[in-house]
Design a protein around this ligand. Sequence first.
Ligand SMILES: Nc1ncnc2c1ncn2[C@@H]1O[C@H](COP(=O)(O)OP(=O)(O)OP(=O)(O)O)[C@@H](O)[C@H]1O
Ligand SMILES: [Mg+2]
Length: 389
Amino acid sequence: MATALHGSTPTGTPTDDAVRAALATVDDPEIHKPITELGMVKSVDIAADGSVAVTVYLTVSGCPMRDEITGRVTAAVQGVAGVTSVRVSLDVMSDAQRQELAASLRGGQAEREIPFAQPGSLTRVYAVASGKGGVGKSSVTVNLAAAMAADGLKVGVVDADIYGHSVPRMLGAEGRPTQVENMIMPPSANGVKVISIGMFTPGNAPVVWRGPMLHRALQQFLADVYWGDLDILLLDLPPGTGDIAISVAQLVPNAEILVVTTPQQAAAEVAERAGSIAVQTHQKIVGVVENMAGMPCPHCDEIVEVFGTGGGDRVAEGLSRTTGTTVPVLGRIPIDVRLREGGDDGNPVVLSAPESPAGAALRGIAAQLTTRSRGLAGMSLGITPRNKF
Ligand SMILES: Nc1ncnc2c1ncn2[C@@H]1O[C@H](COP(=O)(O)OP(=O)(O)OP(=O)(O)O)[C@@H](O)[C@H]1O
Ligand SMILES: [Mg+2]
């Protein structure tokens, strides 16, 4: 039986203050801060006989530190004068409590959310992917973006090809991002807002980062860049199925995949494989673009099938089979010197030669992507979407 008067009522029952003061000496074993400061003490109940019941919030259920925390709390409260027994119960923080904790750990600054990943977001996000490199993803991305912007839509492009960034040049975006407060303002060109790691590295310095840094860069591009209200966001991915593709799936799960391939058999096989990753990440494949689909002969009326034929159909069929949905071929873009030149001098062919076969094909694809009725799953707007945003 405890006899000390300090921290106890005249009858010997410990006070709430004394028990909480003891709890303030208990550090969370992982965060190394007092559990009282971390909002982890849910309740303290002191009975007249000196038995104390403490309920502690764990940050996550199944917290590996649960026994450690229970032990520390028990030991600390047991030392309070007048305490006859200690019972520790555990509860789990709600999402809101966890976010509050995370914010207080970051010094009161809440981590910026990715606006495009929020359930009510009205921005359509398309990630342009391919299996092989050099099939024209970046060319397709910038031309779709320029065509959509010319059509009056608010469009942004993230150059998510951190190592092989090429979008700013192709789009003619020479400006550097500026910083306002702690937001990054993206430069724009041809009516398209664009951000790229190339804007942050001096000269043509290569970026040598591993997965986590790539993920962080992409997260910043999506969350810390001030995009405003966008109708469309296009992500130009690096080739293949690497870290960035996985990060995109994690950061913007509602991003739909646009697969680019050439008509070539080998390219189609790899593109199909890249696209089928979307099945694992539960992302939707919006369609297939066949690029470099034949070249009009400059001397005759023939089309020269430089890369063969059938790649787009093959990928679309394969992906339809894998996903159990209809994945369409949205368009075929012929080989066109003007498309390549437009990429080299930052003047997209959809603007410089909109009626050329390549320009027209790209505009046709852009139109299909912007006029699709929006997937309203999970949104209750009570209205019917118009043709365009
Ligand atoms: N339809 C086309 N006609 C002519 N040239 C094209 C066409 N499509 C792409 N190109 C050219 O092919 C090259 C590769 O294109 P691009 O950089 O867009 O491909 P990518 O898939 O983004 O490549 P990477 O995998 O390296 O990122 C560029 O020089 C581009 O100008
Ligand atoms: Mg590219």
